[in-house]
Design a protein around this ligand. Structure first.
Ligand SMILES: Cc1cc2nc3c(=O)[nH]c(=O)nc-3n(C[C@H](O)[C@H](O)[C@H](O)COP(=O)(O)OP(=O)(O)OC[C@H]3O[C@@H](n4cnc5c(N)ncnc54)[C@H](O)[C@@H]3O)c2cc1C
Length: 593
């Protein structure tokens, strides 16, 4: 059941208490309660999207979501050294389903001189598992083969429910059915509505050859090349963790209780078991005891914040705030990694783009009515991008003479490109008239690192967030080369007569210095924040959780969310898959399998 006040809970004791209802926490809550004898309390600080706006379900309207609102934690970064000391808005959903309920947006209408609302256009709802080499490296680092590409296949399948696009077009050649799951929980489909650039992009790739081979399916483990990208969309609406893993058929289980508006302040231990500290309770409005385990799934910003508030983190930082150190784990809040993008936009000789829909409220309303009356079909049934490309920097790139390649292997891209039939209008690229095609150059192997630290000991105070973006030489080099690679796509003959010319802040940037200057002003870190409670080998001297996701030095406390990994790809699918494996690990530990 869903509760809005603790007074309706049947008990204050549950087998498992899960903190946070995003892709990590929702999966674990769902899977553990498959056994009717297991009781779970899921505590979510935000409300439920059922009462929220159509923006949360209409795929194209992702563009309006990542801005300050009551359904967001409304965080901002500290001044960013690599980005001309700008302070950036850092969207983090405070709503059931977590960031999968808002995932994605670009921002244009809320600019303020003191807080830059960056272009958070992160390919909303894109279903991407990452490269196989990424997962295999993860298995190597953690010493647990279960985290390898092969090991994780069963969990991708448990998560995914392949769904035909709402327009029921023939999808042959748009994905490889052999590698997708048809019986999972989260709905996934390819583009629901054709756009005039789909064919042109594929034609350009074929005219150019390398580095643009057609890739039938970027979810095969090898994501290099250009092709169709599926989205977590069901019948023309967003399929979030709230709408899938916490759908009515699951939350109505008698043993699953979801409490909304429950902001957890800290996790509480109940003594030692041998050399391990045993956790078994959380504090929010009142203390709820978990007899078996507490699972933190509060996301990459709030999970380290919660650990620190609970006395788990770098001793020196905790001492400085006069917090007692229960577990001295220097990696808590460190190692923050986030992708960063620049957007290359060209004016086009066509009126058939999404620009007018985004700019014109009357037109939006008209399309919304059509979408409502026409079985969720039409332009609003898709996000702004149906195709993408993954490309590597050239092997002989100058940077590799000085620095090691951060990609996990030769089949892992450095740059991800989202291809948009319009201009997502953000930053100084914001354009009020005209029609466009935009391609993002997103650096997905950044070596820059940031951090999350406590500002004060008050759990309701916002943490200090340093995204760290563009502070490494590699990142500056790779992002600027990414822009050049994107421009290369537009040298294909197919664009003749369609492309009118590059526009926006990058249009006049030709030298390396000029592109880097635009990167500093317009570079847009995205929502793929990871790594702040990193998983490491059991014997490692760094890291926050062991390969079974238990906090190092603790029993009864695990972290299951995007903070435990670093990935070269979109992060929602890896988080769902981590949640699926976590549920199996927990069940195995408690004899529930
Ligand atoms: C704007 C944006 C766009 C994105 N777009 C994409 C995309 O297109 N594709 C993709 O693959 N990934 C995308 N991502 C990333 C993806 O959504 C996240 O990686 C994923 O949601 C992470 O899931 P999570 O469970 O780790 O955390 P979250 O989704 O952040 O969920 C954490 C939940 O915990 C709750 N919580 C936090 N603290 C507390 C507390 N103290 N007490 C109780 N509850 C608490 C939060 O309210 C939230 O509901 C995007 C992220 C953002 C922010």
């Amino acid at each position: 059941a869903i509760h809005v006040t603790p007074s309706t809970l049947p008990s204050l004791t549950f087998d498992f208490v899960i903190i946070g209802g995003g892709p990590g926490g929702s999966v674990v809550a769902n899977r553990l309660t498959e056994d009717p004898n297991v009781t779970v309390l899921l505590l979510e600080a935000g409300g439920s999207q059922v009462i929220a706006s159509t923006h949360l379900i209409l795929p194209l309207f992702v563009v309006f979501l990542a801005s300050p609102s009551p359904r967001d934690w409304n965080y901002s970064s500290i001044p960013q050294k690599g980005l001309d000391n700008q302070t950036l808005f850092v969207p983090r959903a405070k709503i059931l389903g977590g960031c999968s309920s808002i995932s994605n947006a670009h921002l244009s209408s809320h600019q303020s001189p003191s807080l830059r609302l960056v272009a958070m256009h992160v390919d909303g709802m894109l279903y991407l598992r990452g490269s196989s080499e990424d997962w295999d490296r993860f298995a190597n680092i953690t010493g647990d083969d279960g985290w390898s590409w092969e090991g994780m296949q069963q969990y991708f399948f448990k998560n995914e429910k392949w769904t035909p696009p709402v327009d029921r077009h023939n999808t042959t050649g748009q994905f490889d059915p052999n590698i997708h799951g048809f019986h999972g929980i989260n709905s996934v489909s390819v583009a629901n509505f054709p756009t005039p650039i789909d064919g042109k992009v594929l034609e350009a790739a074929s005219q150019l050859g390398a580095p643009w081979p057609f890739n039938l399916d970027p979810n095969s483990g090898n994501h290099l090349g250009v092709g169709w990208v599926p989205d977590t969309i069901k019948d023309g609406t967003r399929s979030s963790a709230a709408k899938s893993y916490l759908a009515p058929e699951f939350v109505e289980r008698k043993n699953l209780h979801v409490l909304l508006n429950a902001h957890v302040r800290k996790v509480v231990n109940r003594g030692m078991d041998g050399s391990k500290l045993v956790f078994g309770a959380v504090q929010f409005a009142q203390a709820d005891k978990a007899t078996k385990e507490v699972i933190i799934s509060a996301g990459s910003i709030n999970t380290p914040q919660l650990l620190l508030l609970s006395g788990i983190g770098p001793k020196s930082d905790l001492n400085a705030l006069s917090l007692p150190t229960l577990l001295d784990l220097p990696s808590v809040g460190a190692n923050l990694s986030v992708h960063i993008a620049l957007y290359v936009s060209h004016a086009v000789n066509s009126a058939d783009t999404f620009d007018d829909i985004i700019r014109n409220a009357t037109l939006r309303e008209q399309f919304t009515q059509e979408w409502l009356g026409n079985g969720h079909r039409g332009r609003l049934a898709d996000t702004e991008t149906s195709q993408a490309a993954f490309v590597r920097l050239p092997q002989d790139a100058d940077i590799f003479k000085r620095e090691q390649d951060p990609a996990a292997g030769p089949h892992t891209g450095h740059i991800q490109m989202g291809i948009y039939n319009g201009n997502p209008s953000f930053g100084s690229n914001s354009l009020s008239t005209g029609n466009f095609i935009t391609v993002s150059a997103r650096l997905i192997t950044p070596t820059s690192r940031g951090s999350v630290k406590l500002n004060t000991t008050d759990p309701f105070n916002k943490p200090l967030i340093d995204l760290g973006s563009l502070t490494s030489e590699f990142d500056k080099f790779a992002l600027r080369e990414g822009v050049k690679i994107v421009r290369g796509l537009f040298t294909a003959p197919v664009w003749d007569g369609y492309i009118l010319g590059e526009v926006g802040a990058l249009a006049n940037a030709t030298t390396d210095e000029e592109i880097e200057a635009v990167a500093r002003t317009d570079g847009a870190p995205d929502g793929h924040i990871v790594g702040t409670a990193a998983m490491s080998h059991r014997d490692a001297l760094f890291g926050v959780v062991d390969p079974d996701l238990k906090v190092k030095g603790a029993n009864g406390l695990r972290v299951v969310d995007a903070s435990i990994f670093v990935s070269t790809g979109n992060t929602q699918v890896p988080t769902y898959a981590v949640g699926e494996r976590a549920a199996d690990l927990i069940k195995a530990d408690w004899g529930l399998l």
